[in-house]
Each structure stands twice: as structure tokens, then as C-alpha cells.
Design a protein around this ligand. Sequence first.
Ligand code: SAM
Length: 221
Amino acid sequence: SDHQLEYPTMPSEMDWSKHYPTYYPTKDAECDKKVEFADIGCGYGGLLIALAPLFPEKLMIGMEIRLKVEEYVYERIKALRLQKPGSYQNVSIMRMNAMKFLPNFFEKGQLTKTFFLFPDPHFKARKHKARIISTTLLAEYAYIMKVGGILYTITDVRDLHEWMVEHLDAHPLFERIPDAECEQDPVVEHVRTATEEGKKVARNEGDKFLACYRRIEDPLE
Ligand code: SAM
């Protein structure tokens, strides 16, 4: 259960100083940088740890529900910061339930990249409502994403891939990026290979189904 988890009541209440002290020396410090990348259900953090040095100007956060995993990633980032002073200041991890209160953390249009890498498949039909891509949650992801921002999905489970594609295709604020164009995106190779789950799938010679979507303009706005 997640009743001991803390959520800010609104994005301006969020204390980012615990996550990015270099950029936010205090809770109320003025900072023109905001978190732009979110790895939802980040697991052991491999993706963002690969991306942090490639996008040193971007703040990025992993979101993970399991306490032990969050603690592990926290220690991993702490060690990297000590090993390479000045580096990895732009990456952090928080424990939270991404199915709840995401818009309490991020303002409208804040995120330029969101990642859903090898999410839990929840195979049984009665468990499908627990899937991290759903009509309801897509409305939240669309809200916190910037127009032009990219949502990345990858899974080794064909049925889940088809489910994610079906829901994203049906959503008016997301447009699929053609596969050939995805391959030009330097982030995609890390989406495929940088996470612990992605490495496991590779070891087992499993398939990897990728689908990337662009957040498009709301015609009603
Ligand atoms: N993305 C990572 C990777 O590719 O290695 C982890 C994949 S793992 C199969 C799915 C992760 O999502 C788990 O670490 C799980 O704890 C996390 N998770 C599941 N539901 C979540 C939720 N509602 N909020 C945040 N994290 C969640």
C-alpha cells in the first residue's frame, strides 16, 4: 500500500532540493531548470544513468514504487556523484505510485520525454486496469507533457505492446512516430539496451517491441 507515500499538493510545493541540490540549493530556490525527463517505473535506473551524461543540461527523474529499488538507485546515484564530481547532478529517483497524482509533481506541458520501459505486463484480463498505459492515465501523461515531447514504450510482451499501441493510437493528443524516424533518435538505442529488464530480455534472446509517440497540439486549445 502507498499511504505512507508523500505527494506535493501541487507542483510548486514540490521540494526538488533533495533531488538536485546543485540546481535547487533550497526548497524555494529560483531555478530556471525544471525536470524534463521522467522514467516511469524506472526499476534499477539503467536508462537515466545512461542518459544523464548525454543530456547534462536536462533534469531527469526516475519514478519507482518499490522502496528497496528506490533505495538502491538512490545509493547508485550518490556513488556516481562522488566518483565523478560535477556529474550526475541532473539525475534522481523518487518513490511514488505513478498511477496516482502525477499532475501534483509536474506542471502542464513540463515533460519533454517520458519513458515506459518494459512495464509490468499484468497478463490476466481482470488485471488490465493495473496497466500503466490506459485511457485515463494517458490523459494525465498528455497533460504533463510538452507539445512536441516524446513518449517511449518498449516491451518484450507482444500482447502488451499491442495494448499500448491501441490505447495510444486512440488518444487524440498522441501521434505515432514512424519506426524509421525512431531509429534516428539517439535515445532509442538506450531505451532498447540500457535498462536492467532490457538486458535480461536480450540475454534470453527475447523480442523487443518499440513504439514512440509525439505529444501533439490540442486542437481545442
Ligand atoms: N523500466 C525498468 C527496466 O526496464 O528495467 C523496470 C521494469 S520492471 C518490469 C517494472 C517496474 O515498474 C518495477 O520496478 C515496478 O516496481 C515498477 N512499477 C510498477 N507499478 C508502478 C507504479 N504504479 N508506480 C511506479 N512504479 C511502478
